[in-house]
Write a protein that binds this ligand. Structure first.
Ligand SMILES: [Zn+2]
Length: 250
């Protein structure tokens, strides 16, 4: 039973009570409450409303994981890979299938350099998160097959576009044996252009076990590299180790 199921049961109970009492007010409150919780559950991964959304690792070790979404991007990913190699850091890349298909060598390089490849849908469309389970399985499996072909490794982790989830997200992931991964530290690196401000925001939210959401698609390479360089420096200064996502969650 997920929190979504419990809230639906509670709403059904309250609706029955409202009917028995003839209270339109109780009915309206129960229904509005359910809709509000549903909406918040869709947009907030850390609520884990619809299923086992993994948004952080154990809180008792001073380790964090870095994750990069929306690549691979020929304009950014090579410089980022070079930087991570120089610092001997292993990260997770939640790649978009269509972009991986357009840059197969880069996709293979991510895997070969010891990083974790994750599934971030095939099209990354605005409506991807609202597909039926069957259509979502087909969408995710397309990326699974592609990464198996190009990198020789099919992902075991799925991050929904924009982090939105609903019961279909977890049903599709379960069908493909994928763990659904979110984050607890959102860098907002697609909204700010200032690496210092991005890193300061991350630092304010960072805790042991945190999963940090960053992007390597659609951003200028100098910004991405300056942000990551500064972040690595600050993590070292604060005695945080960086662990690859799958090991952090193990
Ligand atoms: Zn994305």
């Amino acid at each position: 039973m997920t929190r979504f199921h419990w809230s639906a049961l509670l709403t059904a109970g309250l609706t029955a009570l409202a009917y028995a009492l003839g209270s339109l007010l109780l009915f309206a409150v129960a229904f509005a409450g359910f809709l509000s919780l549903l909406g918040l559950g869709v947009v907030l991964p850390t609520w884990r409303w619809f299923g086992p959304y993994h948004c952080h690792g154990p809180r008792d070790r001073r380790c964090v994981a870095l994750t990069f979404d929306d690549g691979p991007d020929p304009a950014t990913t090579p410089a980022l890979l070079e930087l991570l190699a120089r610092h001997r850091v292993e990260a997770a890349f939640f790649v978009v299938g269509a972009r991986a298909a357009a840059a197969p060598e880069l996709t293979a390089a991510i895997h070969e350099q010891g990083h974790l490849l994750g599934n971030h849908s095939y099209e990354h469309g605005n409506l991807t998160n609202f597909y039926s389970t069957r259509r979502l399985v087909a969408e995710l499996d397309r990326t699974q097959q592609l990464l198996q072909r190009t990198a020789g490794s099919a992902p075991r982790h799925y991050r929904p576009p924009i982090g939105l989830s609903n019961p279909n997200t977890f049903a599709a992931a379960r069908a493909l044996g994928l763990t659904v991964v979110g984050w607890d530290v959102r860098s907002l690196d697609t909204q700010s252009r200032d690496p210092a401000a991005i890193v300061a925001r991350i630092e304010r939210r960072l805790r042991p076990g945190s999963i940090v959401l960053l992007h390597d698609g659609g951003l200028p390479a100098p910004q991405v590299c300056a942000t990551v360089e500064l972040l690595l420096q600050r993590l070292r200064a604060r005695d945080f180790a960086i662990e690859r996502l799958d090991r952090l969650l193990a």
